[in-house]
Write a protein of this length. Structure first.
Length: 463
């Protein structure tokens, strides 16, 4: 097998996600790309005993209470803590600045609030409705989601409740697990046209969908991608193993090219008899992989970047319409400017390791859901068709990888601190500076690229 690693986000366009997307993005474009070698080899079966246990006393730990095989699992949240304990520390620390996008995403309902009619408008687009009443979670499933995205998303919300017992307000929300944003801004010209608040993993400048952390933070069983906490640990180990300058000077990518036209296009940049664009690309067919049983970690890329990251600071932007020459230039630039390239790689990694660690993923969810709930103009109620879900009803009947990932991502203790403080709304100037800054960086790279290709012959594409 060639050295390889998985890439998730690659092409810089206006789509953004909550996710893991970004790390792969960073690594991919930065000429080193072997950061993932260790990650791949390490992924595999890890027993639950390897999960770090904390120094806290045993009594506090609350694990699953699964019934003996053959008997039905009931919702056994009765033994769960209902609030955080007295020793809970008031950290008084600010959340990372990307939390400010929570205000931006919810801005469309700021004046009007969210009425039941608005929520119901999203009904036909949703995979499920999730209701929290009195700290308990109920789900009304409308249709199958892709793979087990819905399952792990609900699992994640249950873990949030375990982490911060008694802190989540009552709420009712609709969730769609598809990648593509569906609530088009142009159909809801402001102000107060009452768009449906619909949660999903991605959004973009033309859409109003509410961005929520994706399922893979709790594991992606179909592709054997472990929960984020474990993935981060693996990447860290992998990073240590090979120094930046010893990495191979290629851009690596592995993914499913059939998800979006922009991907199929990308494969043209692969090494061929005629030309080397410094890219090594591998296709990935999930269905085939899954038949054989999950063996290695792979990440599909579904979204492209995270709003907290800036081009040239955290990653290198690639042009949408001339990917191959753009990639070639990026890799060559990186090889010529190894210090700068390494600095970008490091800033990107730092962002991922520090600002996107699991604690902050939970805090993001906490604030998004809390701010969302504040806007509700109706009393959340459990609809007739909904069933209560608990970690027990979700995990006890699972086995294999599904069960393993749930155990790895199970929150075993309530947090001993309160969530970080939500930073304030962007003022319009800050937001403008942010977009201007990003735009300027991208233009700078484009100018460099254009200059380079004026003096270097460009081979025919598609050959
Ligand atoms: C938290 O910190 C901010 C500034 O860092 C300060 O203004 C505020 O008073 C602090 N709040 C508490 C409760 O200590
Ligand atoms: C890309 O090129 C490499 C090296 O020649 C090859 O192994 C790989 O299969 C190619 N990828 C695709 C998608 O054709
Ligand atoms: C990299 O350096 C080589 C040798 O100095 C030069 O020919 C090439 O144009 C440079 N490429 C980039 C992208 O800076
Ligand atoms: C594991 O789960 C699968 C699918 O739910 C089921 O078909 C299989 O029998 C289970 N295996 C065991 C050992 O329980």
């Amino acid at each position: 097998m060639p050295k390889q690693y998985s890439s998730r986000g690659l092409i810089s366009n206006s789509r953004y996600c909550s996710v893991t997307a970004l790390i792969f993005f960073v690594f991919f474009l930065l000429f080193g790309f072997l950061l993932f070698v260790g990650f791949l080899n390490l992924s595999g079966v890890v027993s639950i005993s390897q999960v770090k246990t904390s120094s806290r006393s045993r009594q506090e730990e609350f694990l699953l209470r699964c019934p003996s095989p053959g008997t039905p699992t009931t919702t056994t949240t009765a033994h769960y803590p209902t609030r955080q304990n007295r020793a809970t520390q008031a950290w008084n620390r600010s959340c990372p600045s990307y939390f400010r996008w929570i205000h931006e995403d919810l801005r469309h309902w700021k004046e009007s609030g969210i009425t039941r009619e608005m929520v119901e408008r999203g009904r036909r687009k949703a995979d499920f409705r999730l209701v929290i009443v009195g700290g308990r979670v109920y789900v009304d499933k409308y249709r199958p989601a892709i793979q087990t995205r819905d399952v792990y998303t609900q699992w994640g919300i249950l873990q949030l409740l375990r982490l911060y017992p008694g802190r989540l307000p009552d709420l009712e929300l609709l969730f769609d697990c598809d990648d593509r944003p569906r609530v088009l801004a142009k159909e809801f010209p402001r102000p107060n046209s009452g768009p449906p608040p619909l949660f999903r993993y991605c959004s973009d400048g033309a859409s109003l969908d509410l961005v929520f952390p994706d399922w893979s933070f709790w594991g992606w069983a179909e592709t054997n991608i472990r929960p984020w906490k474990n993935v981060l640990e693996d990447i860290k180990q992998g990073n240590k193993r090979r120094k930046w300058k010893d990495r191979e000077p290629y851009a690596y990518w592995r993914g499913n090219p059939n998800v979006a036209p922009t991907r199929g296009d990308l494969l043209k940049c692969n090494l061929s008899d005629n030309y080397d664009w410094n890219a090594r690309l591998y296709t990935q067919d999930w269905k085939e992989e899954f038949k054989e049983g999950p063996k290695q970690s792979r990440l599909e890329e579904q979204c492209t970047h995270n709003r907290g990251m800036s081009p040239l600071q955290h990653y290198w932007p690639i042009r949408e319409n001339t990917k191959c020459s753009s990639l070639k230039y990026a890799v060559e630039w990186g090889n010529n400017h190894s210090e700068e390239a390494e600095a970008i790689g490091e800033a990107g990694s730092r962002y991922v390791f520090e600002e996107m660690k699991m604690e902050f993923v939970y805090d993001y969810m906490f604030h998004l859901l809390t701010e969302y709930a504040k806007l509700l103009r109706f009393k959340p109620t459990v609809p007739p068709g909904a069933v209560e879900v608990s970690p027990e009803t979700m995990a006890c009947h699972q086995n294999g990888t599904y069960r393993m990932f749930m155990m790895e991502s199970l929150v075993r203790f309530p947090s001993d601190s309160v969530p970080c403080n939500l930073p304030p709304v962007f003022d319009p100037n800050e937001l403008r500076d942010f977009w201007d800054g990003n735009h300027k960086s991208i233009k700078r790279v484009e100018a460099l690229e254009d200059e380079y290709w004026r003096t270097h012959p460009k081979p025919n594409l598609g050959s």
